[in-house]
Design a protein around this ligand. Structure first.
Ligand SMILES: O=C(O)CCC(=O)C(=O)O
Length: 293
């Protein structure tokens, strides 16, 4: 598999012409050294504290993005405006006991740390990200979803190919993924993979409510040719920007190294947020922008 080209991030977050053309052509950008080692250290320390404070006995939801097995689970459904912890499917033994230490058992934390935690909020409300979002054409970016994705050594599960607009739909599509490598991500430990240029194709699926029923609707046969996948290898500190229609995913991590990442999703509040999206927030937590402290 080919490795995608990387750019050195600019000091102020703005995109140059070469970055603009790559974004238009590929539907993604890999920007090395967007975050400093100190930024990463602060966020990772905060994650350690949050995991330390979390009691795994309080909930045993198993999260598997490839099966959507959480779809009926209120713990997941109600996590759009909370900070919740989701386990790897392989983290439990037959008797339902954790078979790895808590720190190694988690699949992800989601989905509103950017609003509820001051360290995450600072990491996200970065003027460089606001500059970047403006250059991408987002007129009024709203921060809608945040996730720590652990991709644990040996048991870190696959994230199946998907488009972010499947989960965060606006009319027209404006969802944009801002994915940060907190550790080096490469083909061995399950870096992101994507289909360059396929963001110009249609939206294949929507994960949405029909009344109380949350399910995946197939809209189009996506016809994605996985032979065309490229690996978005990303040294720690890299920001990967993903167009909402870009098919992307990641392989399981069979290596002895973890591949921790943080993903922030934004959309353009100038467009209509679809009320049947899975992610819901209470009315007293309106979506905030980069400059709203
Ligand atoms: O981190 C990963 O492996 C997948 C992340 C992803 O698909 C996303 O942030 O949209």
């Amino acid at each position: 598999m080919k490795i995608a080209a990387r750019f050195a991030a600019s000091d102020d977050g703005h995109l140059d012409e070469a970055m603009h053309s790559a974004w238009q052509r590929d539907g993604f950008l890999v920007l090395e050294n967007f975050k400093s080692p100190d930024d990463l250290l602060e966020l990772r320390r905060r994650i350690d504290t949050m995991v330390g404070d979390f009691d795994p006995e309080s909930v045993r939801t198993i999260f598997s993005t490839s099966e959507q097995s959480h779809a009926g689970d209120a713990y997941f459904r109600e996590s759009g405006d909370k900070v919740r912890f989701f386990f790897e499917a392989g983290a439990f033994g037959e008797t339902g006991e954790l078979n790895v230490p808590k720190r190694r058992a988690l699949n992800k934390i989601g989905h509103a740390m950017h609003d509820l935690d001051p360290v995450f909020s600072r990491f996200c409300r970065d003027p460089k990200l606001a500059a970047l979002a403006g250059d991408l054409g987002l007129a009024d970016p709203g921060l809608i979803q945040s996730m720590v994705i652990f991709k644990q050594p040996r048991i870190g599960g696959e994230v199946g190919m998907h488009q972010d607009a499947t989960f965060l739909y606006t009319e027209p599509v404006s969802a944009t993924g801002l994915w940060f490598a907190l550790e080096d991500a490469d083909r061995e430990n399950g870096c992101l993979v994507a289909l360059p240029g396929a963001h110009r194709g249609p939206l294949a699926e929507r994960f949405r409510y029909h009344g109380d029923d949350l399910r995946m609707d197939q809209l189009q046969d996506p016809n994605w040719d996985e032979d065309d996948l490229v690996a978005l290898e990303a040294p720690a500190g890299t920001l990967v920007v993903l167009h909402g229609l870009l098919p992307h995913g990641s392989a399981p991590n069979s290596s002895p190294r973890s591949r921790e990442a943080f993903a922030l999703h934004v959309y353009d509040r100038a467009f209509e947020w679809s009320d049947d999206n899975w992610l819901r927030r209470s009315e007293d937590m309106p979506v905030r922008g980069f400059a709203d402290q």
